[in-house]
Design a protein around this ligand. Structure first.
Ligand SMILES: NC(=O)c1ccc[n+]([C@@H]2O[C@H](COP(=O)([O-])OP(=O)(O)OC[C@H]3O[C@@H](n4cnc5c(N)ncnc54)[C@H](O)[C@@H]3O)[C@@H](O)[C@H]2O)c1
Length: 346
């Protein structure tokens, strides 16, 4: 087990990588506890949950709403929860985002912690204090930034995760490598088969290095005014793709990262061989790099992206593998490049 301490303006957090669900009692430390989980996670792990009231939500993004928050608040009222108690989210990114939001708003904020059970939650969603829900089709539009007290990343729980969910989480690991950590990138290249078979030591290393990178960016820029934006590498395209095609997040991020790599080459920021190396790692991880898509639709979805300055759009691009930059480019130029890239990928 290895721990990483996150020290941010909104609070501090202990992240325990390789700790176990059963160890969580020592973090709860005698407090009364309400567990929020989803029905899949509960099915596999209910017997190992610590004692406390249990709230189960339906699995998936459709539960990340104010309606679910409302029903959880009602249960908390019934349990007569007070400010000395703790909310424990046990699950993937949906449970962490929702439990963190409930805990940050109920009684103007009570303590909370997570047992992150999906790869995406362990390397990304559980870390960094962004808590929130979707509203009227807009993802994560209602929320707060507040740190959990602790995050336990129990690597054994990844074994029951569906294969496509696990591989989807790898997209975010590759992202950290591409934007800021060439050693992690190379580590993934050299150990891809052990990573895909969830070898405990190798997976622990990958989660540890990913969390370290995220913590670094959060500590510099918790409220995302600069450096933290780099975590959006590939995501501007991914959000567009998810909307147009209904593609899973990890797959959309992979296609988005490959597009961003190719655009970096067109903008003369990145060597072509580096873009190919990125593409190759995405592919050997079992993730897609292209899709037969209408560039006009993609371009229209991206135009609405919030990172715009007049007729220029801010994109996270690469200068080399392991080094990213926020690059503003003319929207018309982006549209021409997208047209070209989509035509060539057919
Ligand atoms: N707060 C942030 O900074 C941040 C960052 C990235 C993503 N997110 C959010 O994270 C969410 C996606 O997270 P996710 O991919 O973990 O989705 P998820 O929580 O829906 O989990 C994916 C599926 O795996 C199941 N599952 C989770 N752990 C399991 C386990 N150990 N065994 C068996 N099944 C398990 C879940 O029930 C669900 O069906 C999105 O809502 C996204 O917006 C938040």
């Amino acid at each position: 087990m290895r721990t990483i301490h996150l020290n941010a303006r909104s609070g501090t957090c202990e992240i325990a990588i390789g700790a176990h669900l059963e160890d969580v009692s020592s973090w709860i430390n005698g407090r009364r506890c309400v567990i929020i989980t989803d029905k899949n996670v509960s099915h596999f792990y209910r017997n190992t949950f610590p004692s406390g009231h249990l709230i189960e939500i339906d699995p998936g993004e459709k539960s990340k709403t104010l309606e679910t928050v409302h029903s959880v608040y009602e249960k908390l009222l019934g349990y007569e929860l007070d400010r000395k108690d703790l909310i424990l989210g046990i699950g993937g990114g949906v449970v962490c985002d929702l439990a963190g939001f409930v805990a940050s708003t109920y009684l103007r904020g009570i303590s909370f912690g997570f047992v992150a059970s999906s790869l995406l939650a362990q390397v990304d969603a559980g870390i960094g204090g962004k808590n929130g829900v979707d509203f009227k089709g807009f993802k994560n539009i209602i929320g707060v930034i507040r740190q959990p007290e602790f995050v336990i990343c129990d690597l054994r729980m990844l074994k029951t995760l569906e294969r496509k969910e696990y591989i989807g989480g790898m997209a975010e690991v590759i992202k950290y490598g591409a934007i800021m950590d060439i050693n992690l990138f190379n580590y993934c290249e050299n150990h891809i088969s052990e990573i895909l078979s969830i070898n405990p030591d190798i997976t622990e290393e990958v989660v540890f290095r990913s969390v370290k990178n995220k913590v670094k960016l959060v500590e510099i820029d918790e409220f995302e005014t600069g450096e933290r934006t780099k975590l959006n590498f590939g995501h501007t395209f991914a959000h567009g793709l998810e909307k147009i095609t209904g593609l899973a997040h990890g797959e959309a991020v992979s296609i988005g990262m490959n597009l961003a790599g190719e655009i970096s080459v067109r903008e003369k920021l990145l060597a072509e061989k580096d873009a190919l190396q990125l593409k190759s790692l995405i592919q050997i991880a079992g993730l897609p790099v292209s899709l037969n898509m209408d560039p006009v639709k993609l371009y229209q979805a991206i135009r609405k992206d919030k990172k715009k300055r007049g007729d220029r759009i801010g994109l996270v691009l690469l200068e080399e593998l392991g080094k990213s930059v926020i690059h503003y480019m003319e929207i018309n130029r982006l549209s021409n490049i997208l047209n070209d890239l989509c035509r060539n990928s057919k």
